[in-house]
Design a protein around this ligand. Structure first.
Ligand SMILES: Cc1cc2nc3c(=O)[nH]c(=O)nc-3n(C[C@H](O)[C@H](O)[C@H](O)COP(=O)(O)OP(=O)(O)OC[C@H]3O[C@@H](n4cnc5c(N)ncnc54)[C@H](O)[C@@H]3O)c2cc1C
Length: 424
């Protein structure tokens, strides 16, 4: 393929790239979406087999297309991927799959960018990096390979059968960690779960899903995490029809809760003495949301059934009252560790001046420090919902607007404007 000129190159054909495409098309902006694999590949093959959406189908979607499942159900990961394939068809997205962007550099002495791909070069005026909020799995350097334990990141976990026989230590109690730990326990494994700071909203309260509560209470649209809560993950689950993540129930079902995995020496894992604090803070977050929901109901005179039983937390399990701080992995029969410890960004292909010293994108609401380059789908890009299906759609709308504003300036023709003024 020879050099192609195009106004906008959108890199990444997940939900973010598709949302961007929709808004660019609406504004009549010529563009192409380049996706190295298939549409919504991360939903299709980048997650475990039994994953379902964390939010109900009525909520975790784009505004103009409903899921082909019960609105209160939790779509499977393949149904989510299919949804985006259907969406791409619906908006007639100019998407090229199987094309990897290998580098983006600013042109010398003229506007725009040189976009090198596995299938030729594009000359683009604008570039939108829509390569996802979760790009490079992060595994803390706690457990050396020499320990001889099978270690994987949650993004590589598929199902219990894929792990060697034996007990499993799951590190991280966000949605991925708790769901994987629960699945392993249900499959008959002995499971240890290292629990860090987390929020755990009720799955539903007073007949409304937590997605609704976070919406009406303005929490999806919060511009930044509350001070001190930047590293707090959210533990929710749509598995088995959806249920509140309750660490006491997980323990009652046989999972041993531990504090944060801190170190490893001579076959023994050491855990921070923070389990009780982390559980207590999670409980406070849970009960706080019930309080806010009750206040909202009262303030607005809503007729939603009271649910006092939601405030009953249940008895503390032994592993919580008397936390284990050290675990001899061999003695405990632990053969695998799953690190559900999150992701980092990786923009190695984007060689422009849009990053700080730590390699983090420098941007405001996705408008980067490098004029003409935009980020989309980042966690907390403009709001809490930015990295989620329903949130990224709004950020894409904003960015498409920014592109249109810039194009408007460039379309200004000084002589034509002067002639028009003279003729008037
Ligand atoms: C386990 C898990 C469960 C989640 N559940 C939910 C949920 O229930 N509801 C919800 O709203 N959100 C959920 N999310 C969050 C979010 O919706 C997903 O992470 C989603 O995949 C993000 O979409 P995206 O388009 O921003 O990025 P991605 O889906 O990561 O898409 C980016 C695309 O860019 C492509 N790409 C990357 N680099 C290049 C390159 N150099 N050239 C070309 N293409 C490239 C990739 O192949 C990929 O297809 C979940 C996330 C995880 C990890």
């Amino acid at each position: 393929m020879s050099n192609q000129e195009i106004e906008v190159v959108v890199v990444g054909g997940g939900q973010a790239g598709l949302a961007m495409s929709e808004h660019l098309s609406e504004g009549g902006v010529p563009h192409v979406v380049l996706e190295r694999e298939r549409i919504a590949e991360r939903w299709r093959t980048g997650r475990w087999d039994s994953l379902v959406a964390n939010g109900p189908a009525w909520h975790d979607r784009f505004p103009s297309l409903e899921f082909a499942v019960d609105p209160d159900a939790f779509a499977t990961k393949d149904e989510v991927a299919d949804y985006f394939v259907t969406y791409a068809e619906k908006i007639d997205a100019p998407i090229r799959t199987g094309v990897e962007v290998t580098s983006v550099r600013r042109n010398e002495g003229r506007p725009g960018f040189r976009v090198e791909t596995s299938d030729g070069v594009y000359d683009a005026r604008y570039v939108v990096a829509a390569t996802g909020p979760f790009q490079r799995p992060v595994i803390p350097t706690v457990l050396p390979e020499s320990a001889g334990i099978h270690q994987i990141h949650s993004s590589s976990y598929r199902n219990p059968q894929g792990l060697p026989e034996g007990a499993v230590l799951v590190v991280g109690a966000g949605s991925s960690g708790v769901q994987i730990a629960d699945e392993l326990r249900r499959s008959g494994r002995q499971v240890y779960l290292a629990v860090g700071p987390h929020d755990r909203p009720p799955r539903s309260y007073r007949d409304r899903d937590f997605c609704w509560w976070l919406g009406v209470l303005g929490k999806w649209d919060m511009a930044a995490p509350p001070a001190g809560a930047e590293h707090v993950t959210i533990a929710v689950s749509g598995a088995h029809g959806g249920h509140t993540v309750n660490f006491r129930s997980l323990a009652a079902n046989g999972i041993t809760l531990l504090g944060r995995a801190a170190a490893h020496h001579d076959g023994t894992m050491h855990f921070s003495a923070d389990l009780r604090t982390n559980i207590a803070n999670g409980d406070a977050n849970y009960l706080g949301l019930l309080d806010e929901a009750d206040a909202y109901v009262a303030r607005n005179g809503l007729d939603l059934p009271e649910e006092p039983e939601a405030r009953v937390l249940g008895p503390d399990p032994e592993c919580l009252t008397n936390p284990i701080l050290e675990l001899d992995l061999a003695e405990a029969g632990v053969s695998s560790v799953i690190w559900a410890t999150g992701f980092a960004l990786d923009y190695g292909w984007l060689q422009v001046d849009a990053f700080d010293e730590a390699g983090r994108p420098k941007h405001q609401r996705g408008v980067s420090a490098e004029p003409g380059v935009y980020f989309l789908g980042l966690p907390w890009q403009s709001r809490r919902g930015s990295s989620f299906i329903w949130g990224v759609w709004h950020d894409a709308k904003y960015l498409a607007d920014q592109v249109k504003i810039q194009r408007g300036y460039l379309a200004y023709d000084h002589q034509a404007a002067a002639a028009a003024a003279g003729a008037a």
